[in-house]
Structures are given as C-alpha cells and as structure tokens.
Design a protein around this ligand. Sequence first.
Ligand code: C2E
Ligand code: MG
Ligand code: MG
Ligand code: MG
Length: 276
Amino acid sequence: HAKYLGRNGFHFYSQTLHRQSRSRFQLANLLQNALVRGELHLFYQPKVHLASNQICGVEALLRWFSPELGGVSPADFIPLAEDMGLIDQIGDWVLEAAVRQAKEWSEAGTPLNIAVNVSARQFQRGDVAVRVLSLLARYQLEPEWLSIELTETSFLHSPEKTRVAIEQLTAAGVKVAIDDFGTGYSSLSYIRTMSLHQLKVDISFIRHLAESERDRKLVEAIIAMAHALDLEVVAEGVEDAEQLRLLAEIGCDQAQGYQICRPAPPESLIEWLLQR
Ligand code: C2E
Ligand code: MG
Ligand code: MG
Ligand code: MG
C-alpha cells in the first residue's frame, strides 16, 4: 500500500473528491463497489500505556484505496456512507475484518485488543451489540480482545438504543470507549449512568498542550473526573515528545498518535511491535 500512503496518509483525497465532477451518487456507487472489489482495508494504530510504555491495544482505522480516486480518507467517505445508507454494510465489514484479525493475532500468540469505530447511524439500527456478539461467537474470540469506540453523537441521536447496546456489550466483556471526548454535545449524564471503560480525549485538546496552560488544566480536569469514575483516559493525536511527556506527568493513562506510531497495515504493525 506504500505507494498510496503519501506523507500524511490521506491528505490528497479531499481535493480529489471535491474537484470531482462526479455526483455523490456516483461516489456512493464507487464506494459500494469498493467493498465488493476489495478496495477497503483496515490499518491499525497502537495505544501505549504511558506509565509502563507497553502497548495496550490498537485502533482499527478504515482505508479506501480507489483506483479511480486514489486514497480516500474515512473522514470523507464515512459521512457519505452514512448519508447514502451504506454505513451498515461497511460497518459490518469492518467489524468482521477486525474480529477475524484479532482472532488471527490471538492464535499466533500475539493477542492484541482491537478497537473498532462504530458510527451513530449504526447505533440507530438497534442491533449493533447483537451483531458484535454473534461475530465473537462465530469466530470464537474472547470478548476482551475487542473494544468499541463511539462518539457522543450516538447518545444525541439514539440515546436509548445506544444505552442498551453499551449495556449488552459491556455485560459480555467488550470494552467501550467514548471517542473524540469533549467535542460532541457533551451531556455528562451518560457517563453517570453507563458502564464505560475509556474516554479518548479529542486531538483538539492535545494539540496545544505544550503552549496552553488552559488546555493542560482542562485535560487534567478530565483525567481527574475520569479516574474518580474508574475510567481510563487516552490522549488522541499525540504528535511530539513534549506532549507525550506532559501527558505522562499529568497522569494520563494511554496515548495514541504519530509520535508513537502511524496507522499501519497489520504486517507493518507486527513488525513495528517486534522491533520495539
Ligand atoms: P477517530 O476514530 O477519532 O480516529 C483518529 C484519527 O486521527 C484517525 O484518522 C487517525 O489516523 C488520526 N490520527 C492518529 N494519530 C494522529 C496524530 O498524531 N495527528 C493527527 N493529526 N491525526 C492522527 P482517520 O484514520 O483519517 O479517521 C478519521 C475518522 O474516521 C476516525 O476518527 C473515525 O471517526 C472515522 N473512522 C475511521 N475508521 C472508521 C470505521 O471503520 N468505521 C467508522 N464508523 N468510522 C471510522
Ligand atoms: Mg476512534
Ligand atoms: Mg477520535
Ligand atoms: Mg475523530
């Protein structure tokens, strides 16, 4: 895949999409075919435990390598998939691919927890948890090797279905994380009432950590609140050593970002892990 990756991975796609004269319908068609033609892949980005420097798991990040469009970023095609009614199909594919990969790693003696992003639209359907649990059964994967990441938007759009799904997942032993924490319509009530495992603090709070005392205080406050409620805190988008040092200093549990490792295909990730 290296030839598609570019310096920042997927920076060129948005121009590609926007310069296109293709209609959204044509794009949706290409996306639907992408699934069939095997143009979708999962990359994996590790999360590191700051106190021990151990890898605690990886996040699965969807990649679309289109012969027509080049590398297309999920930030662009996931919203399209949601609007065009393709997200359930794609989401199912992602879940199965991640469960299959987790099983493979587990059998190879290098078990790793894989976190899968599930969009608000998928929670609207009301059977996400059931689908996840039947995949675990089908692949005979221990639930501890799977996590689900959802955003605050899910609570906004379908609070009841999301709440039920989370209860079913955590009861079965699947970990649940709130992604992009702090950027959504944060009603803290879901934190009060649900059994969650992790808060992933959005990159926007991490970006200016070194320069902004205000941001540092805010992240410290999030960590204090999370720890009081037995939640782990993961910092997203850590891009330099100073951010990493500060996060360790203020007691953040885990970090993820280019400073540690970029999202990579599974073979490269394992190579990176072994060299570490
Ligand atoms: P996310 O779940 O919050 O994922 C984190 C994003 O930050 C990823 O972008 C990742 O590549 C990027 N990132 C990681 N480290 C750094 C860093 O140090 N600096 C910066 N600037 N960025 C960093 P990506 O892969 O483009 O994904 C974007 C979003 O698309 C994800 O945000 C997630 O919301 C969504 N997404 C990705 N894969 C899936 C999927 O399989 N299903 C669904 N529903 N959504 C997905
Ligand atoms: Mg995520
Ligand atoms: Mg995020
Ligand atoms: Mg995000």
